[in-house]
Design a protein around this ligand. Structure first.
Ligand code: RFL
Ligand code: PHB
Length: 391
């Protein structure tokens, strides 16, 4: 098999890249190790930045998002039983975010790709990327039990944190930056209308909690839990009781309970691999970097990377100049590190570390009070949350 761009992974990064390349008249093949149902139902991100929304629309993949997605103009910060709303459009000159689940973005992009795009192979596991630093890189893969080779002009590793693409960058040329956190998130999906019309980020002595949503009738909620927690060890009624404690306000706000349909625990990690390119192999999305979910940045960073790659390759096809491809890693990393900083700030602002000192507890409250009383501090949060421009 031969193609211009071999794409490993059909998460948001790989699927959107295939769409952007198709629109630019560049052919690609997508290899995905899991089956279609798995990719379409894996519960993950829920928040799209303004820039991501604009890109999906321009790519012709925004129709259902515009019908079913929920535009959000702010979030609520909750601490010391108080509530503070951050108004995004007022602070950022009109920017907002969209609640539209990653599962739905993937479903829309898969349907478009199968209808109009190039090959998208499910249950096709990439085994290795070879010849990344030659003029003709290859992906060795196994599909339906048979090993095959995909010959490419470029390979883009969109295969997530546990993928194989990153391993093709020689260790001697790689640098990694990492931080793990001594807590995770217990996430639930529940068949109950969200108890608030915007997301609520709650700071509490017992740990962080987040109220989010998928649709007007489905809530998504998270609790900070110790690292290594088993989701099944939490009984449903204990989850609701703990959420109630952490969201409690002085003004009598009520959390609505409902049947829990899914629960799982996510570890928290910050990770960056530099550079994001080796020869004709490019890394995009979680394959190159991870952020803790507190800033809602992971999917949006993945979108930023593939937009940057698609533009750079289109430029090369049109002008013969590899200038933008050569700048790919530096361009992406500038945005990646801003998102790392923002996600780290949000995480350390809102979570209670198991070894936190009384001094650090007071500092957290002071940071929250500062956000609630300074337009400058609030503007910084609103700009970070609604997103950094795609280069
Ligand atoms: P993905 O989605 O992990 O997709 C990688 C794909 O590659 C496949 N794959 C392979 N295919 C072929 N051969 C191989 N050898 C392969 N190895 C792996 C995998 O099966 C998979 O289909 O990476 P991508 O595309 O870079 O997308 C990244 C996002 O998924 C991720 O950053 C976000 O979900 C992070 N995230 C959030 N991001 C946001 O922007 N906003 C949010 O609100 C948000 N909330 C979250 C999140 C992530 C969470 N978890 C579970 C980590 C909430 C949670 C709980
Ligand atoms: C979600 O809805 O899954 C979600 C929302 C905001 C975050 C993280 C996750 O910061």
């Amino acid at each position: 098999m031969r193609t211009t761009v071999g794409i490993i992974g059909a998460g948001p990064a790989g699927l959107l890249l295939a769409r952007l390349l198709h629109n630019a008249g560049i052919d690609s093949v997508v290899l995905e190790s899991r089956d279609r149902a798995y990719v379409e139902h894996r519960q993950r991100a829920g928040i799209l930045e303004q820039g991501t929304v604009d890109v999906l629309r321009a790519a012709g993949a925004g129709e259902r998002m515009d019908r079913e997605g929920l535009r959000h103009d702010g979030i609520e910060l909750r601490y010391a039983k108080k509530r503070h709303r951050v108004d995004f459009p007022a602070l950022t000159g009109g920017r907002s975010v969209m609640v539209y689940a990653q599962t739905e973005v993937c479903k829309d992009l898969i349907a478009l790709q199968l209808k109009e795009g190039g090959p998208l192979l499910f249950e096709a596991e990439a085994l290795a990327v070879e010849g990344a630093d030659t003029g003709s890189p290859r992906v060795r893969f196994r599909h339906e039990g048979v090993e095959d080779v995909l010959e490419c002009d470029y390979v883009v590793g969109c295969d997530g944190f546990w993928g194989v693409a990153r391993k093709a960058v020689p260790a001697a040329l790689s640098r990694t930056f990492e931080r793990t956190y001594p807590f995770g998130w217990l996430g639930i999906l529940a068949d109950v209308p969200p108890s608030h019309d915007e997301l609520v980020y709650a700071h509490h002595d017992r740990g962080f909690a987040l109220l989010s949503m998928r649709t007007p009738t489905v809530s998504r909620l998270y609790l900070q839990v110790p690292e290594g927690t088993d989701a099944e060890a939490w009984r449903d009624e204990d989850i609701w009781a703990e959420l109630e404690r952490r969201f409690e306000t002085a003004d009598g706000w009520r959390l609505q309970r409902g049947p829990i349909t899914q629960k799982s625990v996510t570890p928290m990690r910050s990770y960056v691999h530099e550079p994001m390119r080796h020869g004709r192999l490019f890394l995009a999305g979680d394959a190159a970097h991870i952020v803790p979910p507190t800033g809602a940045k992971g999917l949006n960073l993945a979108v930023g990377d593939v937009v940057t790659f698609a533009r750079a390759l289109t430029y090369e096809k049109e002008t013969g100049s590899a200038e933008l491809l050569d700048a790919y890693s530096a361009t992406c990393l500038g945005r990646v590190w801003q998102a790392e900083r923002f996600s780290y700030d949000m995480t350390t602002l809102l979570h209670r570390a198991p070894d936190a000192t009384a001094f650090e507890d007071r500092l957290q409250l002071a940071r929250l009070e500062r956000l609630a009383s300074s337009r400058a501090a609030e503007t910084d949060l609103a700009e970070g949350y609604t997103g950094f421009p795609f280069g």
